[in-house]
Unconditional design. Structure first.
Lengths: 223, 259, 222
């Protein structure tokens, strides 16, 4: 592990020059119900893909597939060079997934939750603790870092979940409505944490068409 | 070559009719009298049901290995028919117990008691299966259950047998002592029952397959199943001009707050 | 290994902080003892009755913990969290089984002395009882972690876990009662077939640990 950088927003250093995403006819159905139609996309490292579409169009399904949480039913998908679903195991720990439900234990504090995630990701603990402190400070949560998550407001939970999502310096960010529950001030705080900088690519699911498109290099309209 | 369902059904019926004709007309009467002849029904049913549970576990392992829903359907139908056979086992066992010991149920017959426990466990397969909505997960969890329960079957027989201090005189466990003619009749009945089990499994699988096809056709006719239009990522409008002028511009980091 | 420690540590920390399972299990066990006192109309127990009451009570109290075991993972995203991380997913099975084992041991630390106080004339059989309970807990933990995962992912969690668990645990009940019965004899502890029953318990534990280890991965896939 190289020395920790002071800036918690620094993205990872990997850049093998391959596309972050390469999807060809990717689809998913639950029994007879089609949850995601055939989707094709190619996203280079450092780019942002905005995923738009009405409710039930499959935006969250697509994100879960890309995170390796859901098997695709058909088509080809390569995420960070790993073929899905066969090589999902190689993808583990390399993506940052922010779902529409926070992945935080309500009875643990933000700090305990992040330390738990760090241990699952086998991060070096002393370095991880420093980074957790920096991240929490960056999103303005250091004062509530030791309260139980259950006691926090929805916006605070979202900020902590964003810290959780970027804690392991993912090469690809999969973000489902990262702005939800956040006011303008908080949005500006989290923006550098989840922007597509350097080689870090991201997939951004949003209802807010204008804002998503303003930040995107590519767009994908599901429907 | 797999025989056709029709051939299989005819073979099953023919073997069973022959077997039970032999039971009634030619097999010698045991010291236990006429009621002992239920043995030719009870034991083949029990053997088929238990083997069926093990067969289901094997299909379930295959299903988890290949993720092919066909194996899950086979495991499901195997368990389903073995449970139905199991009802027959318990009923014929009760009739036999009533005739032999004057009670509908006896606890000192470890094989029957074990069978009851196994039957009970497999009955919980149905509520499990129908409590999981997602089709793939339902199949996977059902397979996990089938494997777990398959491992449970021998363990349960062992524990119940050990719990039985006195060895009750039993007809079925004294298999070595069956006279030749009774043994032959028994084997014909067993073969008939096994053929019946296989034929019923194949029949149910065919019927399930046909039902699924019908459902698919109906939905296609009613137009519910229209596949969504393929979606392809395109260049975002905000960046079209930028990308045209300078490919690098699109990749440069945007300042915070530029959303 | 570190993932196992992290998950187990997290579970124990949450349990110590919220006390959702352990006090409930202890209260439940106490209430069952009192019910047996009147249902059997006995103020002291020995031999087979004592073994039956003790084993049944532990089993029922275990079911409480089993149905709660994965609630936090399914409702607070723990399943996703673990599947996103580069960890062997059987670590989750091992950690949950270990957590359940610890809950059961903690329950027994309270329930067994209480049982002795309520019903037994002498505590002479309690020491060898520990060996039986250690093995019983492993069996309950292995099947519990497995079945709890299945039940948690279904729409009938609270119904399914006990429904599947009870028949699955019958061999365990047979072996545990068989081993405990002579230990709690009125005339002092006996060891009739003790080794044989411990061997059956050990076999049960091994089989279901192996099954859980082999199939657990498939329960977390989606």
């Amino acid at each position: 592990m190289e020395a920790a950088t002071q800036d918690p927003t620094t993205p990872p250093e990997t850049s093998p020059g391959q596309p972050a995403l390469a999807l060809e006819g990717l689809s998913r159905d639950f029994g007879d119900r089609v949850a995601l139609g055939p989707v094709s996309a190619e996203l280079a490292a450092g780019q942002t893909l905005a995923v738009l579409g009405r409710n039930g169009a499959g935006k969250s399904t697509l994100l879960r597939i890309l995170a390796g949480l859901l098997r695709p039913s058909g088509g080809e998908a390569r995420v960070l060079g790993c073929r899905l679903p066969g090589e999902t195991w190689r993808l583990r720990g390399r993506v940052g997934y922010l779902g529409h439900r926070p992945l935080l234990y309500r009875d643990l504090s933000p700090r305990e939750n992040l330390v738990f995630t760090a241990r699952l990701h086998k991060l070096e603990l002393a370095e991880a603790e420093r980074r957790i402190g920096e991240l929490l400070a960056h999103v303005g949560m250091e004062r509530r870092a030791n309260s139980r998550v259950a006691e926090l407001s929805a916006g605070m939970v979202q900020r902590v979940d964003i810290c959780r999502c970027v804690l392991n310096r993912p090469e690809l960010l999969l973000l489902d409505e990262p702005d939800s529950h956040l006011d303008q001030e908080a949005r500006e705080l989290i923006e550098p944490l989840i922007s597509a900088t350097g080689t870090r690519a991201r997939v951004l699911v949003s209802h807010d068409r204008e804002r998503a498109l303003a930040a995107a290099d590519l767009m994908l309209e599901l429907g | 070559m797999r025989p056709s369902l029709r051939t299989l059904a005819i073979a099953a019926v023919a073997t069973i009719v022959t077997g039970y004709a032999m039971v009634f007309f030619s097999a010698p009467l045991d010291v236990e009298g006429f009621v002992q002849k239920i043995f030719y029904l009870h034991v083949p049913l029990a053997i088929c049901a238990l083997v069926g549970f093990i067969v289901a576990a094997i299909h379930a392992i295959r299903h988890l290995r290949t993720n092919d829903p066909v194996h899950d359907a086979r495991a499901y139908v195997s368990i389903h028919l073995s449970v139905i056979f199991g009802v027959g086992v318990l009923l014929t066992g009760a009739i036999w117990a009533k005739a032999m010991w004057g009670k509908w149920w006896v606890w000192d017959e470890p094989t029957l008691v074990s069978f009851l426990i196994v039957f009970l466990l497999y009955c919980t397969y149905y509520p499990l299966r129908y409590a999981i909505e997602d089709r793939e997960r339902q199949a996977r969890y059902s397979s996990v259950f089938a494997i777990t329960a398959g491992a449970f079957v021998p363990l349960n027989f062992l524990a119940v047998r050990l719990a039985e201090p006195l060895i009750h005189p039993r007809t079925f466990s004294s298999s070595g002592g069956l006279p030749g003619e009774m043994m032959f009749t028994f084997l014909v009945c067993l073969a008939g029952m096994a053929l019946l089990w296989v034929a019923l499994v194949r029949f149910e699988l065919a019927s399930k397959g046909a039902k699924a096809d019908l459902g698919r056709l109906r939905r296609a006719l009613e137009g519910e199943d229209r596949p969504p239009a393929p979606a392809r990522a395109t260049i975002a409008p905000a960046h079209v001009s930028m990308l045209r002028s300078d490919d690098e511009a699109a990749r440069s980091p945007r300042p915070p707050g530029a959303v | 290994m570190s993932a196992l420690g992290a998950i187990l540590g997290k579970d124990l920390r949450v349990e110590l902080r919220t006390l959702r399972s352990l006090p409930a299990m202890a209260l439940f066990a106490t209430a069952i003892f009192i019910s047996f006192r009147f249902a059997l109309d006995r103020t002291s127990l020995e031999g087979d009755l004592a073994a039956g009451v003790l084993v049944t009570t532990i089993l029922l109290a275990a079911l409480l913990a089993v149905s709660r075991l994965f609630v936090s993972e399914s409702e607070e995203g723990g399943f996703d969290l673990i599947r996103l991380a580069p960890v062997d997913r059987t670590a989750l099975f091992a950690a949950k089984a270990a957590a359940l084992w610890i809950y059961l041991a903690a329950l027994e630390l309270v329930a067994v002395p209480l049982f002795a106080l309520f019903f037994l004339d002498s505590g002479a059989g309690l020491l060898p009882l520990v060996a039986v309970l250690v093995l019983v807990n492993v069996g309950l933990a292995a099947t519990g972690a497995l079945i709890s995962t299945i039940a948690t992912m279904s729409t009938a969690r609270d119904l399914l876990a006990p429904l599947i668990m009870l028949p699955l645990l019958i061999p365990l009940v047979i072996a545990a009662s068989g081993a405990v019965e002579p230990l709690l004899d009125a005339g002092g502890p006996g060891y009739h077939h003790f080794g044989r029953w411990l061997a059956v318990l050990g076999l049960y534990d091994l089989v279901f640990l192996a099954v859980g280890y082999a199939v657990f991965d498939f329960l977390l896939e989606d």
